[in-house]
Design a protein around this ligand. Sequence first.
Ligand SMILES: *Cc1c(COP(=O)(O)O)cnc(C)c1O
Length: 364
Amino acid sequence: MPRPILATIHTAALVHNLTRVRAAAPDARVWAIVKANAYGHGIERVFDGLRSADGFALLDLAEAQRLRALDWRGPTLLLEGCFDARDLELCSRLGLWHAVHCNEQIDMLAAHKTQLPHRVFLKMNSGMNRLGFTPERYRAAWTRLNALPQVEEISLMTHFSDADGPKGIAAQLKAFDSVTHDLPGERTLSNSAGALRHGDLLAERSDWIRPGIAVYGSAPDFPEHSAAEWGLQPTMTLASRIIGVQNLVAGDTVGYGSSFTAQGPLRIGVVACGYADGYPRHCTTGTPVLVNGVRTRMVGRVSMDMLTVDLTPVPDAGMGSEVTLWGQSPKESVLPIDEIAQAAGTVGYELMCALAQRVPVVVE
Ligand SMILES: *Cc1c(COP(=O)(O)O)cnc(C)c1O
């Protein structure tokens, strides 16, 4: 029998979340973001659940090819554009739209011999200071692109640094508006947090929204809001089983470094899941976990292949009992991935993306 760990991708939850995000921007078209192999879920595994999206956006040409191999003929956007002049060939052949964020990418386009002109998304650095033309240089870039026979249509794009937090989007929105107000072209500004939290402000400038994390059922602004509060459902469950039980007495310790000491008699379960499966090693005693759908806590350190849980709240649990590390339990209780991420000092995004290769995955 294989080791009992298993990840499940929930198609119905993907469908539900996409509908939920659409409702936040009812007049916008939706790019489902499937970069990083669909946030660790697997592009092929989420495709059915997300096929009603208006387009897919990602970073990697290889991932775009995988979408085309699934027979996706609709809009496909490379969020960081081309990394090399040769990439433009594939963009032409596969009909990919691509971001343009620097002059070097305009040079590549100007030198490109293409049959079909390209649709590009001109990216403004409105304050994030990652990719894009500054507001001062944006119109010159637009004018240059607009003069190229290789370019068919220019859309306008920026990305917010604080859509999920107290600083908000006002300053970046002002920078974007002041430079683009009289330019033609479709606009795309919002990630999940922008769409969910600032939908009203952004409605006029949202020809397309770009939700990623919300589609995968994690709250972009946890712990201010939980996924459930946003009406989102987990799309990935990581589950395993208890493969050992120990009965401790006061003073016994658990695991490497003896970081946990039992205060009295304590039954613990040993779970077939460790950091080599993508469960974060930074989680310590107290991290929530479900056993037979009942909430309990992890105790001691996470090791490579195992972790240990307190069985006190689930006296009937034992060898073979179901353990939910995050996601949906068979008992219909939910353990939000955001709570595990918080216990590890990170975000749900990272846990999804870090699901290890060795974990078998099923789609339901
Ligand atoms: C990843 C990404 C998104 C999606 O962000 P979420 O926070 O996951 O919704 C949107 N736009 C760009 C440019 C991105 O790189």
